[in-house]
Design a protein around this ligand. Sequence first.
Ligand SMILES: [Zn+2]
Length: 124
Amino acid sequence: MFEISVQQTFSAGHALREYKGKCENVHGHNYRVEVTVAGEALNRIGLLVDFTDLKREMKAIIDRLDHQFVNDLEPFTKLNPSAENIARYFYDELQGSLRANEVPVAVTQVRLWETDGQSATFRP
Ligand SMILES: [Zn+2]
């Protein structure tokens, strides 16, 4: 089994609904997201996934979130924009985007940091 991971960053605001504490108020994070992709075989030149392809797919999602108030964006108009749910969102949005990859691969983990010391991980 081979795995590759890519990390990217973005900045966004959110407010946690029904949270009893200061995270109920509007505030922002400099988020870091790491996507891990795994597969059994490599292509002819020894790659699982071209890092450039994965970065492009992640960037397309980040462009929707970066410098936005996440609560205003679907599906977070109803779904609470917690680190857990945003990690799951990256997973859901990336599903299918790697179908055209030369060798079969799957997203196996998305980790989202709100701060250096706190992160949430989604695995299917
Ligand atoms: Zn927060």
